[in-house]
Design a protein around this ligand. Structure first.
Ligand SMILES: [Zn+2]
Length: 496
């Protein structure tokens, strides 16, 4: 129904009122505009200026090291980069001198799951409660309180930032809106954390991940964590659903059940909305589906062939290496988990001191022993060859930790940064490792205009280590200074 305007029946007082009202509106608008520009000026005047200095600054793009480096920061952006002698110090600038340290761009983890903290279960429990690739804790994460889960994500976000990871791409397992809300809370300054590219719910086919759920509740459970792809139209719907939720990237799991037509629909719909598509693909068939459909990055890619690497290179598809289980990672967390539970039991024991001591000794034995629970999921030799083939192929590559495990004795950030040096152990030169988690990762995210390099106009996301990360890549596990957007998060280096 439309309401007709009362033309011809306007009283004089009404006319007068409307004239006064419009004049008042004009005045108010003028006042608001003046206030806005005054506020803007005040904000500009208040934008803090910082001069950050260190003996060395590594540029991952070309491997050059600038001696006596200085970075002039205004507000949250980099204004000027050069040697100390080139850059004048503006009046009132705050000076932070990192001494003999090496500065490099803030680290970027291309593949995270901030809202997971899985305790690795013993083999017997895994076998008894077999549920596809889902360990019991993964299911628990879905059915627990989303509020509790997002607070866990907040803890992890802080831990990542403290370890020098200033940007992450979070690829699923966050409930419906856990990671988009976490991102917004960080951006609003409510909690500390890295810049976060959020994928929202992961798109999967019905056969992926979870089996043996209560049939009466299956869909209700799945919808808390995933969007199901069922045909090309369903695939488009799933992307739109995430788009509505305000995601930054689309994450899809490709398996033997996902068709090229379905994934192509996902890619088309995502690209239409300006979103990139990260495809989890491990086996040859899934990797081929991802290539044929034109995904933007392939996550994991364990079984990639030479031919597929060539196709990826020609199409400009990123290879996102995830060295999560490389080395003795699972042995370490398995030992740690058993030792932790023995220590906790000792603490609870009401028995005498000698009993408690026995448990403590046992815990220490487990920590020290070569004993493990058979969780070496990865053939390290295969991983070495994968890393070297990726390097040789000329395909664009980045790296992500895929960290989702509870690592006793380490924060989530420490567990994650322990993964980067393993790329070097697998044969990747240090400079390429650093590129994989700075410059290259920024391009993979499509954020190369804002992060990934210490350059004028980019966010002042800068970290520093005491030594030379090219000579010793494990320096990345010991980040001593962290700045995000011009704000110092951590500084363990003496200021002179
Ligand atoms: Zn993952």
């Amino acid at each position: 129904m439309q309401v007709r305007p009362r033309r011809g029946f306007e009283s004089t007082s009404e006319k007068l009122f409307s004239r006064v009202a419009s004049r008042t509106t004009l005045l108010l608008l003028l006042l608001a505009a003046t206030l806005a520009s005054t506020t803007q000026l005040a904000a500009q005047a208040a934008a803090s200026v910082t001069l950050l200095k260190a003996s060395r600054m590594l540029d991952p793009r070309n491997g050059r090291v600038l001696a006596s480096a200085a970075v002039l920061i205004e507000g949250d952006k980099i204004k000027q980069v050069g040697s100390s002698s080139e850059i004048g110090v503006p009046a009132g600038a705050k000076i932070i001198d990192l001494g003999t340290a090496t500065m490099l761009p803030g680290l970027i983890d291309g593949h995270t799951h901030l809202l997971l903290d899985i305790v690795l279960p013993p083999e017997a429990e895994r076998a008894r409660r077999y549920n596809g690739t889902f360990v019991p804790d993964l299911l628990l994460a879905i059915v627990e309180s989303p509020s509790k889960r997002v607070l866990l994500g907040a803890q992890h976000a802080r831990e990542y930032l403290e370890c020098g990871i200033t940007t992450v791409r979070n690829l699923g397992h966050s409930g419906i809106d856990g990671d988009t809300e976490l991102r917004d809370a960080i951006n609003a300054g409510r909690i500390p954390g890295p810049r976060l590219a959020a994928s929202g719910r992961k798109l999967i086919t019905r056969a992926s991940y979870v089996q043996s759920l209560n049939p009466a509740l299956t869909d209700a459970i799945l919808q808390q964590e995933f969007l199901l792809i069922d045909g090309a139209d369903g695939a488009r719907q799933a992307v739109r659903q995430n788009e509505f939720q305000g995601v930054d990237v689309i994450k899809v799991t490709a398996d033997a059940n996902l068709t090229v037509a379905e994934l192509t629909a996902v890619v088309e719909e995502a690209h239409r909305a300006g979103l990139k598509v990260a495809v989890h693909a491990v086996d040859k068939t899934s990797i081929q589906t991802a290539i044929d459909a034109g995904g933007d990055s392939i996550e994991h890619g364990n079984e990639v062939t030479e031919q597929q690497l060539k196709q990826m290179r020609d199409k400009g598809i990123f290879f996102d290496l995830t060295p999560t289980s490389y080395g003795d990672f699972f042995t370490k967390i398995f030992q740690g988990t058993i030792a932790e539970s023995l220590t906790m039991r000792a603490a609870r024991l009401e028995a005498d001191e000698s009993d408690r001591q026995r448990y403590h000794d046992l815990a220490e034995q487990v920590r020290q022993s070569g004993f493990h629970g058979g969780f070496e999921a990865h053939d390290n030799q295969l991983y070495d060859s994968l890393v070297q083939r990726v390097l040789k192929s000329g395909v664009k590559f980045a790296a992500g930790t895929d960290m989702c495990w509870h690592y006793p004795g380490k924060t989530c950030g420490q567990a994650s940064t322990s993964r980067f040096p393993t790329l070097h152990a697998a044969g990747m030169p240090s400079l390429d490792v650093i590129r994989a988690i700075t410059t290259n990762a920024a391009e993979m995210l499509g954020w190369q205009d804002r992060v990934g390099a210490i350059e004028r106009g980019k966010f002042a996301d800068i970290v520093a280590v005491s030594g030379d990360p090219i000579a010793d890549i494990s320096e990345l596990e010991r980040v001593r200074f962290v700045m995000k957007g011009g704000q110092v998060v951590r500084n363990e280096l003496l200021s002179h």
